[in-house]
Design a binder for this molecule. Structure first.
Ligand code: MG
Length: 222
């Protein structure tokens, strides 16, 4: 169970689903040698992959290439279906930092075979989140510096203004398909600069006005 500070309380994260956007920054789509999508690309991560701040990302033995992806996460504060983009921001509780950890070699294999991404995205510890939830009215989520360092070396740096699909559009799109429930998490995609994580690394992801999410990296025991 992951709990994060929210205003003067502790908010228990119990999402019914974690929704993630693929290729929502043009330069990341480019580095993945992909086209920019015409509609949001949505996939799911299991809630069992969540970990809180200052925990450990485990590199699974089944993968030889695990990548970091820093993302702005939206926490849903009110459930709904068929939410219009005009109303969408009323459904947001707040924002935090999310790492969409990805077994890139298994994703490349899934891509080649036309298979789903559940495995490459779904290992335990592949969804670090935190360090706190900033209330929706306290930040402009579409203009925040976002970045990530590994062992103090800069890997990713961008601004959420570069997102292709903005949050109201994303909420409208997702809720036209599935009901959004209180506590659901939407990870809005990563900017360019994704790269490999190794045993012993320390990852620091930051988003302006939210904070720093720090995690250790360890290899799974044989
Ligand atoms: Mg991602």
């Amino acid at each position: 169970m992951v709990s994060l500070p929210f205003q003067n309380e502790i908010y228990e994260l119990k999402p019914s689903k974690i929704l993630c956007l693929g290729k929502n920054y043009a330069k990341h789509a480019e580095e993945m040698k992909s086209e920019v999508p015409k509609e949001p690309i949505i996939f799911l991560k299991p809630p069992s992959s969540l970990i809180g701040p200052d925990e450990t990302i485990i590199l699974p033995n089944k993968s030889k290439k695990v990548h970091h992806e820093v993302e702005l996460a939206v926490i849903i504060g009110r459930g709904g279906k068929n939410i219009s983009r005009k109303e969408a921001m009323k459904y947001v509780l707040g924002y935090t930092i999310f790492l969409d950890i990805t077994a890139r070699d298994l994703q490349e294999e899934a891509r080649r075979k036309g298979m789903p991404w559940s495995i490459c995205k779904g290992f335990d510890t592949f969804a670090p989140i935190g360090p706190r939830i900033v209330p929706a009215n306290k930040v402009n989520p579409h203009n925040l510096e976002i970045g990530l360092k590994v062992n103090n070396e800069l890997r990713q740096k961008s601004n959420t203004s570069e997102m292709l699909f903005k949050i109201p559009e994303i909420i409208e799109y997702i809720s036209s398909i599935m009901t959004l429930e209180v506590g659901d998490i939407i990870a809005t995609g990563t900017p360019e600069g994704v790269g490999e994580l190794k045993d012993g690394d320390v990852v620091e992801a930051w988003i302006q006005d939210i904070g720093i999410l720090r995690e250790r990296v360890r290899k799974e025991k044989e």
